[in-house]
Ligand binder design. Structure first.
Ligand code: PRP
Length: 214
């Protein structure tokens, strides 16, 4: 039997995913030890777990370097990779939203060349240009996006809102909701053919514990 490799998005999603893999009988003990190792093996179940940056999970899965990935819907929408999205895991729930100063509420449509800062330029462009038919200037950032409207880099941001604490502490509001987000179970297309039985067994176990089959 060959190893099945699972790519986990480093951080909170990986922690939650590990809890579920543990509950379905996989050995994630070594991964929970918080070492700097990036690859872990469960010999008994012939599983490997790799820890990668969230935005790289779909890449590992598309190319087959990982058979399975656990990653946020935000990353899947931004990356548009060729893979199967199998289960909405129902954890890591948050939303993608257009945020900015409260004074802009209800006025976005009237601003020409609205400047939008985001870590998610594809999602932002799709929302404004494809869905709303509004031309925008997109400014790609890599973090601390809430800063952009505060220092005049952009009018608004498109970013993840979970508790709303970051917005509140920086005097910004949600202006428009883009879409709900949560963690997803994704599978490489070839792996799904070659290892269907093992993968579907894991999908079923995950669905029983957390999710809704997609
Ligand atoms: C994310 C997101 C928001 C924040 C939202 O940032 O980009 O900034 O979390 O969470 P909240 O609504 O609970 O405050 P992250 O922590 O990933 O850091 P970043 O600034 O590097 O993007």
């Amino acid at each position: 039997m060959r190893y099945l490799t699972v790519a986990l998005a480093k951080g909170r999603l990986a922690e939650l995913a590990m809890d579920i893999f543990t509950q379905i009988g996989m050995d994630c003990a070594e991964m929970k030890e918080k070492t700097r190792k990036l690859i872990f093996t469960d010999e008994a179940n012939k599983m490997k777990f790799i820890l990668v940056k969230a935005s790289d999970v779909p890449t590992y899965v598309e190319y087959g370097a990982a058979d399975i990935g656990i990653v946020g819907k935000d990353t899947l929408l931004e990356e548009s990779r060729n893979l199967y999205e199998m289960v909405d895991l129902g954890f890591g729930k948050c939303k993608m939203a257009v945020c900015g100063p409260a004074a802009l509420k209800g006025k976005l449509d009237t601003i020409t060349n609205l400047r939008v800062a985001s870590k998610y330029p594809h999602i932002a462009l799709k929302y404004f240009q494809d869905d709303k038919g509004q031309t925008i200037d997109i400014i790609k950032l890599n973090g601390s996006v809430e800063l952009a409207p505060l220092v005049g880099l952009s009018d608004v941001i498109v970013d993840i809102v979970e508790t709303g604490k970051t917005l509140k502490e920086n005097g910004l509001d949600v202006l428009e909701d883009v879409c709900p987000l949560s963690a997803r179970f994704v599978v490489n297309k070839v792996s799904m053919k070659m290892e269907k039985e093992r993968i579907m067994h894991i999908v079923e176990e995950f669905t029983k514990l957390t999710g809704v089959e997609a």
